[in-house]
Ligand binder design. Structure first.
Ligand code: A3P
Length: 327
């Protein structure tokens, strides 16, 4: 898709731009784009083009709600406006800012098995790094040391200077900065195995793809601000395997009539994913969605699965749902 183009359904008479009543707040690489595009199959849903990044970027947030509203698509009365910006999930200021806009907003958090998500994140960072010119120096230090990340890099979540994006688990004394990372280009010359596991054999929790996958460390902040019933946890692995049941759950969560069904999907064997079908067209997501993942050693995968099992349980407890991820 060309996500930058305005929505095809724009600006009929009796339409207006509305602040979103529902937001996909993350998680990055869990199928946020697929989810938004699939929901757009519903005639009662309008989606913002691109990612708006209003609540997580101070320079956008300071422009105010009118600026944000103008980024929204035209909609008819009764339609639901949705936007998605995956870095909202990990940015500490965002829950309160969204609450200040609309205390009864509905939030969608799409998650995926955390080790797969971390590898997908690595694959994206690596692919972006390889499409930008190399830095002049090739020397670099260990990934947990902290030269600051290049904020102009296209694949790092954008955060402005006073948005430190550090988070602290309610259950641990370790504060991890999502920004304090090596320049991404230097990191991405290294394998996932090297970046995820330190030379002493411990898990590199400060490596951003790992840190984002520790869902409970971010999720608790949302539950400090919003009622649990305002947040729907969407199973991103199931959205890949069989999208319709997840979409039905969302229709009911958004109090919409059931509309999206099997007729809206066909499996594209070349892509290896479901593609969408509406009255007017058939669409697959672009190539960067559904990338080939790099090889990761089975030992690293099982080490990470063990590491995540405790964190996953904390996440299940927090949200009151067991997602059944392998241990
Ligand atoms: P991979 O590229 O690792 O497979 P996001 O949009 O949040 O960046 O998520 C990208 C992920 O969406 C992809 O990760 C892919 O697995 C997943 N996805 C879910 N449904 C998809 C679909 N129908 N087509 C393509 N990718 C899909």
């Amino acid at each position: 898709y060309n996500t930058a183009s305005p929505p095809a359904k724009a600006h009929f008479p009796k339409t207006s731009r509305q602040l979103p009543q529902a937001i996909i707040v993350g998680v990055r690489k869990c199928g946020t784009r697929a989810l938004l595009e699939m929901l757009f199959l519903h005639p009662q849903i309008q989606k913002a083009a691109g990612e708006v990044h209003f609540f997580d970027r101070d320079d956008n947030y300071s422009k105010g709600l009118e600026w944000y509203r103008k980024k929204m698509p035209y909609s008819f009365k009764g339609q639901v406006t949705i936007e998605k910006s995956p870095s909202y999930f990990v940015t500490p200021e965002v829950p309160e800012r969204i609450f200040a806009m609309n205390a009864s907003v509905r939030l969608l958090v799409i998650v995926r098995e955390p080790v797969t998500r971390a590898i997908s994140d690595y694959a994206q960072l690596r692919s972006h790094a390889s499409s930008t010119p190399s830095p002049p120096t090739s020397s670099f230090s260990s990934s947990s040391s902290s030269s600051s990340s290049s904020s102009s890099s296209p694949s790092m979540s954008p955060v402005s200077s006073n948005n430190v994006n550090s988070f602290q688990s309610p259950n641990s004394s370790t504060s991890t900065s999502l920004q304090q990372q090596q320049p991404q280009q230097q990191q991405q010359q290294r394998s996932f195995d090297e970046l995820a596991i330190r030379s002493d054999g411990t898990i590199n929790e400060s490596y951003r793809p790992i840190a984002i996958s520790i869902y409970h460390m971010h999720m608790y902040r949302w539950l400090e601000v919003f009622e649990r019933r305002q947040i729907l946890i969407v199973n991103g692995d199931q959205l890949i395997d069989d999208p319709v049941p997840q979409l039905k759950r969302i229709e009911s969560f958004l109090r919409l009539e059931s509309h999206i069904g099997r007729h809206n999907f066909y499996f594209n064997h070349t892509k290896g994913f479901y593609c969408m079908r509406s009255d007017s067209e058939e669409k697959c997501l672009k190539e960067s969605k559904g990338r080939r993942h790099p090889r990761v050693s089975p030992m690293v995968v099982s080490k990470l699965r063990r590491f995540f099992s405790e964190h996953n349980r904390k996440f299940y407890d927090l949200v009151g749902e067991d997602l059944g991820w392998p241990e």
